[in-house]
Design a protein around this ligand. Structure first.
Ligand code: PLP
Length: 432
């Protein structure tokens, strides 16, 4: 029943009232109409050097791990697909009218490549994580999530209506305690939700321990390998393969938005599990099918990524050189075993915002584009730069970056030494 109101006679709050405040997650930046630190305006093609704020900058903030963002072969495949199929086809969801032999063939290839029985495509990685977890988890089930898991996993846990528990990042002891506790009163199934490579910090999941614990306590393992798929291991088969435990991963998830420099994602698992996901993942059942232009481009990207060991070698060489160069100049580089380079500096006499803003401005103004991560993602008292070396970077990009970091150390007169008390906080980030 609708209640009728004369206009202006109630003093109810308008749902949009909050939009006139400076609130919201990034409220301070929004209030400043910031386009420097948040939502920086950049040219559309990702590359090693990108124009920012009127001058070229060496780009360390784009997940173009293998440098395929400007691949002529992928562009050509996409052009041919658009000529043949247009930009929207097939129309409709996979369930109704959007399923084609091309989608199915790509899924078979993804299943083979990830050594699983079957795979299912999603239109975005975010939607894939959401749909996969929501479909397999019911109200009686328990999700046990790593504290540093990506926002898509957090959102999926809420959408699923299962009971959420969190364990300390990469901490097997704490995970075991949670599993024991959950098993005392469990009514349904249990799934452990982790990333393969943690995208913010660059450390790898302690997958062998997690797989063993899952078997011991009758739980399943879901790995979001957004940053490891195409990047880690021989042929880029991902973090679990790299660590020799792909068999122990019950649902392997990859996105195409990073090493594949495209869009979409997939889950790979047992055949019955994938069929269940295909019929129950709301983000795909009720969404239009992935357009042919992407299906075809992804097929080409899969050919290229699997054959790109030379590019992976280049990416590792750039990563190692960057980490080494920064360490030599006294910077503290996180212990992660992925190409991601996380650099920590302590914050003592100033606020973390001031240090973040001063240092990022110093670097960007001198042609080095980095992004700073601060509290609440990492503990107060630390500022972290998350840098992504790619196969596209050149030795001179690394050399110039190290040089500017050195100048920052000297000119800003900040003490960048990580002391014992800072190390405790860094350890907290990495769960060690
Ligand atoms: C760990 C992780 N999972 C999922 C996603 C979402 O993937 P997509 O960008 O393909 O939607 C991201 C993207 O940032 C990610 O880093």
């Amino acid at each position: 029943m609708y209640e009728e109101h004369e206009e202006g006679t109630t003093n109810h709050r308008d749902i949009f009232d909050k939009c006139r405040t400076d609130g919201g997650y990034f409220g301070m930046m929004r209030a400043r109409d910031d386009h420097y630190f948040t939502r920086p305006t950049l040219p559309p093609i990702a590359g090693r050097v990108m124009e920012f704020d009127g001058h070229p900058t060496v780009m360390w903030s784009v997940n173009n791990y293998l440098g395929f963002a400007d691949s002529e072969e992928i562009k050509q495949t996409a052009i041919e697909a658009v000529k043949e199929f247009g930009v929207s086809s097939p129309m409709g969801s996979r369930m109704m009218t959007g399923n084609t032999p091309y989608h199915q063939e790509l899924e078979t290839r993804l299943a083979d490549f990830t050594q699983k029985e079957a795979a299912f495509l999603f239109n975005y990685g975010y939607l894939g994580v959401l749909g996969t977890i929501q479909s397999v988890v019911g109200p009686d089930d328990v999700l046990i999530m790593d504290k540093l898991a990506h926002a898509s996993i957090v959102d999926a846990a809420f959408l699923s209506r299962g009971q959420l528990r969190v364990f300390k990042h990469n901490n097997a002891e704490n995970l075991e305690a949670v599993l024991k506790h959950v098993n005392r009163s469990r009514k349904g199934g249990v799934i452990i939700l982790i990333e393969g490579v943690y995208g913010m910090t660059g450390d790898l999941a302690i997958l062998p321990e997690i797989v063993e614990l899952a078997r011991k306590y009758d739980a399943r393992v879901f790995v979001d390998d957004a940053h490891g798929w195409g990047v880690m291991g021989p042929h880029g088969r991902g973090t679990a393969d790299h660590l020799g435990v792909q068999d122990g991963v019950d649902i392997y998830f990859g996105t195409f938005a990073k090493a594949f420099a495209s869009i979409g994602g997939f889950s790979a698992s047992r055949k019955d599990v994938i069929e269940w996901i295909a019929y129950n993942a709301r983000t795909q059942v009720f969404a239009k099918s992935l357009p042919m232009v992407y299906v075809q481009s992804l097929g080409k990207a899969l050919d290229l990524v699997t054959a790109a060991d030379d590019r992976r070698d280049q990416m590792w060489a750039n990563s190692n050189a960057l980490k080494q160069g920064l360490k030599e100049h006294g910077y503290f580089v996180g212990p992660g075993d992925s190409p991601i380079c996380s650099v920590f500096i302590p914050v003592r006499d100033e606020t973390v915002e001031t240090v973040g803003i001063r240092t990022v401005t110093f670097l960007r103004d001198r042609g080095i584009f980095v992004t700073a991560i601060t509290y609440p993602v990492i503990p107060l008292g630390l500022c972290m730069y998350r840098m992504i070396p790619t196969a596209a970077h050149k030795p001179e990009d690394v050399a110039r970056t190290v040089e500017v970091f050195q100048a920052m150390r000297d000119e800003l007169k900040l003490d960048f030494t990580i002391e014992k008390e800072d190390l405790v906080k860094v350890r907290k980030v990495f769960g060690t």
